[in-house]
Design a protein around this ligand. Structure first.
Ligand code: NAI
Ligand code: NA
Length: 395
């Protein structure tokens, strides 16, 4: 059985490989410094990427009970289900073995019904409050509580921006273009990927009285080096992230009442389902991986989230560590001048012929496959999976 890729989107997954992927992340945090942090954690966007890694870090690097909200498909008539579906199940199994609460809500994070369900669960079965909320949703669509549907657009402000990128399906380098967004598209992208929904979670949880004294909340952001600004920071996504940063400051003030804090966390660029989707960005990631691996600075989601919890958000001594703008920076290694200089040198030399070797294309592929349970050592991929069996075991 093989991973099927269409465009830059994976179409299937392998449960056994996903299970091993969860185990691998758990092993990492269990052997890298105990987190004396939160005990009751809610993760919105918990089934993959940064959200999943956050959940693993607090549960297995520390001892947190967790609630995870995510939007995933179960195996059934329409196919074998999504990777995140299995991640939720394998996470829960390991957490239960450890004696931790691990509750999965497969539900739309943008809906008030979901928020009310989660609040009821916190009150009835989760001890009545939470002390950390991680907001890690990546989505192209948001249906607001008033029923309006917004879609985000990957695009630039000002002039169209073109450059080399690669297509995962054909494994060829292609020229990619980000078109300028309209004012409307820009505003809608901010609606989907900005801070409004995060704010609404905090407002409703706060009104329900389920935020513990000293409560913290984080949401994930990206800034990147100058070379990526036209396609990210200065584009529609960047506008959404700027809104998210402003929301963090607003929430921080609002949470003072309970000695709480809110932070935007600027993360490193890495391979996830969401980042594979951004034109030209994966090529930058291959160059970055090459350099960071050479300098032994490479991190994936789990290293980043472990470092976030251990050093920045719950430091053994002193205050939460931020930059001048009150943001937590996990992109410090990515943005190191020596790293970016080396990336720039590689970038100038990229051609359609050499792009697979000049950057860490193999490493990119391995991680992309692993997100879906493929390319894991010790998994037998030779046989096909039995859908009926999957439904029986996992739905
Ligand atoms: P991901 O695609 O791996 O995870 C997204 C999560 O959101 C999944 O758990 C998915 O089920 C959930 N989700 C999507 N729509 C939902 C909905 N309507 N209701 C409930 N759950 C929903 O993405 P990734 O990369 O982990 O992104 C998380 C955050 O990290 C995003 O804000 C992203 O911008 C940010 N980030 C990502 C970076 C990267 O290079 N991958 C770098 C810096 C920040
Ligand atoms: Na996530």
């Amino acid at each position: 059985m093989e991973l099927i890729i269409q465009g830059n989107v994976a179409k299937n997954c392998h449960p056994e490989g996903l299970r091993l992927g969860i185990d691998k992340q758990i092993n990492y945090v269990e052997s890298h410094g105990e987190i004396y942090g939160p005990r009751k954690v809610l993760v919105i966007g918990a089934s993959s990427g940064y959200g999943l890694a956050s959940r693993i870090a607090v549960a297995f690097g520390g001892d947190a009970d967790t609630i995870g909200v995510s939007f995933e498909k179960s195996p059934g008539e329409k196919g074998m289900g999504s990777a995140g579906w299995y991640n939720n199940i394998f996470f829960r199994r390991r957490a239960h073995e450890k004696g931790l609460i691990a509750k999965n809500f497969i539900a739309d994070a943008f809906s008030d019904t979901t928020r009310n369900d989660v609040i009821a669960y916190i009150k009835q079965e989760f001890g009545g409050s939470i002390d950390l909320l991680v907001y890690s949703v990546a989505s192209g669509v948001r249906i607001c509580p008033d029923g309006t549907r917004y879609t985000s657009t990957l695009g630039v402000r000002g002039q169209a921006f073109s450059g080399p990128g690669f297509d995962l399906e054909t494994r060829k380098m292609v020229n990619q273009t980000l078109e300028p967004v309209t004012e409307r598209q820009l505003a809608d992208t901010v609606k989907v990927m900005g801070g409004e929904d995060w704010q609404r979670w905090i407002d409703m949880l706060s009104a329900a009285g389920v935020l513990a004294e000293g409560f913290k909340t984080v949401a994930y952001s990206y800034t990147g080096p100058k070379s990526t600004w036209p396609l990210y920071k200065e584009g529609a996504l960047g506008a959404a992230k700027a809104h998210l940063h402003a929301t963090a400051d607003h929430l921080d003030a609002q949470l003072q009442r309970i000695n709480g804090h809110a932070y935007a966390v600027v993360c490193k660029a890495l391979v996830t389902k969401a980042s594979a989707f951004i034109p030209m960005f994966p090529l930058y990631i291959t160059l970055l991986y090459k350099v960071m691996k050479q300098k032994r600075l490479h991190e994936t989601c789990i290293e980043q989230m472990h470092r976030l919890m251990l050093n920045h958000l719950y430091p053994p001594m002193g205050n939460v560590i931020t930059d001048d703008e009150r943001r937590i920076r996990l992109d410090d290694f990515e943005l190191r001048p020596d790293v970016q200089q080396a990336v720039e040198l590689l970038r100038k030399r990229v051609t359609t012929e050499n792009f697979k070797t000049i950057g860490d294309f193999a490493g990119y592929l391995t991680e992309f496959y692993a997100l879906n349970g493929f390319s894991m050592p010790d998994v037998d991929y030779s046989s096909e999976l039995d859908l009926r069996q999957l439904v029986k075991e996992y739905s």
